[in-house]
Design a protein around this ligand. Sequence first.
Ligand code: SF4
Length: 304
Amino acid sequence: MIVPDETATAVPRDLRSLNDAEVGEVLAGWGHKSYRTRQLLDWVYKKRVCTFDEMTDLSQELRAQLPEAFRLQSLECAREQVSSDGTVKFLWQLADGELIESVLIPASVGQDGKRSDRHTLCVSTQVGCAYGCKFCASGIMGYRRNLDVFEIVDQVLSVERWRRDHLVESGEYSEDTLPKGQTLVNNLVIMGMGEPLANYDNLTKALHILNAPWGMNIGARKITVSTSGLVPQIRMLAEEPQQYHLAISLHGATDEVRSQIMPINRKYPLEALLSACEAYQQAKGRMIWVEYILIDEINTGMDQ
Ligand code: SF4
């Protein structure tokens, strides 16, 4: 009998919170060959199954061991709302009853009358938000907690499963003829509920899993991280090897106006923010996006 060594955690962790090396370490501790790690991760990220029992090419011994160290806990879809332009808003219920949102946005129809296959998913990173921007529902709700790595990753996986279920329900495909490994979501914007850079460690680990070839394999250049302006974390993100896009929620071009609607500006005023943006641009050689909501009589003057 193979006895799990101490690399196996006492309390099972969600497998989608671990990278390939961490999963491989547990399997190696059980005496399994390294190719088993790749097989296991393929079931999770390419075939996107929800239970260990569905992983039919793993040995029965390994399938029996997996729940000792890992779990797979899918987000529960509390509501889905489809708009006439094809946008789908998902309300997810987490295990502790908290609610978060993701929004799937298909590409608009171009001038040639065609629609590209780009499907963007707007992803949440926290329940609520501590930063209190005056125009934002998450800010008004206040901060409740950070999302765990798997709760960020599973927003993408759950939308992929939703699409698979729809293809089968609509009769377009059967379970046997479903296109294997194809992904619907090919663009990510990290600008759902929460300030992404306030959950830095979980965010960057989740993005690594979503970007990695053994994970969801979404290109780093297809991932945009939006921030209200957390200067130290922008500088940290600039040091990461991946070429993520950066977007700044600006919404005010002077400290006076910006501080009025975005309290973060009192801690990191525009001069500090612009300096961090320059550092990011120098490190990545990429344009930075700026987001600006027009609020009548607040930030629409000529000085803005
Ligand atoms: S940082 Fe983002 S999520 Fe938080 S209150 Fe401001 S706009 Fe809303």
